[in-house]
Design a protein around this ligand. Structure first.
Ligand SMILES: [Zn+2]
Length: 237
């Protein structure tokens, strides 16, 4: 439990700790959301690669079917040759067989190339799948980490806020409304330390008057920086 403080410097410190905790509580889910978007786009790319591989495989199948039907046609033509009587018809059939064979050869070469493409794409897909799985694991681990820490951070935040409420007793009653307006708008940035020797406001670097410093030393009222409006408190350098 953070201790209640009895000076403005301590109060400023409590507000700083609240700010740091709030930032952490906000940044975790933001980082997680960005990673989730990254995962989604990786999964979409993976789906595209899967579709492309399927397409390559079906291209191979289609070409193989074409070759198969051309081979059947050749077989039929060869059977036909046995019953052909005319030399011209024989030649014509032989020509057709030759043409089909030539086409089959070039198709088979193309099929080989397509199959190599399938192999390469399949290997790439396997690598990509492993990468996406690893990324997804990382996102899950991050989610778990953020969620497990958030509970403790929220509890800590409540404690800090309670400590702030109690410590606000150091603010003179007449100044409390202005104090609340300031911290509501600016949080921990509502405060600024002032070096009693240089008299410089830490928030805006303007040098305060000796009168301001003596008011700060009296500590009867809050003293606001005339330049930046921050609530000032004295520190030694
Ligand atoms: Zn200032």
């Amino acid at each position: 439990m953070p201790a209640t403080v009895d000076d403005l410097r301590g109060l400023h410190d409590l507000h700083r700790r609240v700010k740091a905790l709030r930032d952490r509580l906000e940044s975790g889910p933001k980082t997680l959301a960005a990673r989730m978007r990254g995962l989604e786009s990786r999964r979409a790319a993976l789906e595209e690669a899967r579709t492309a591989l399927k397409q390559r495989k079906s291209d191979v199948q289609r070409q193989e079917l074409l070759v198969q039907s051309q081979r059947t046609r050749c077989d039929d033509l060869r059977i036909k040759l046995n019953s052909v009587k005319k030399n011209e018809e024989y030649k014509a059939i032989m020509n057709e067989i030759a043409m089909i064979n030539k086409d089959v050869n070039s198709k088979e070469e193309a099929i080989l190339e397509l199959m190599q493409g399938v192999e390469t794409a399949a290997a790439e897909l396997a690598t990509q799948e492993a990468e996406v799985a690893k990324f997804a694991e990382g996102v899950e681990a991050l989610r778990h980490d953020i969620e497990s820490k958030a509970e403790g951070q929220r509890a800590q935040l409540q404690e800090l806020e309670a400590a702030i409420t109690e410590s606000e007793a150091v603010v003179p009653p007449d100044d409390r409304e202005r104090y609340r307006r300031s911290v509501k708008g600016k949080g921990d940035d509502a405060f600024a330390a002032v070096d009693r020797h240089t008299r410089a406001c830490e928030g805006c670097n303007q040098v305060n008057t000796i009168q301001d410093i003596s008011e700060l030393m009296n500590a009867e009222r809050l003293v606001f920086c005339k330049t930046c409006g921050r609530i000032m408190y004295l520190v030694e350098d």
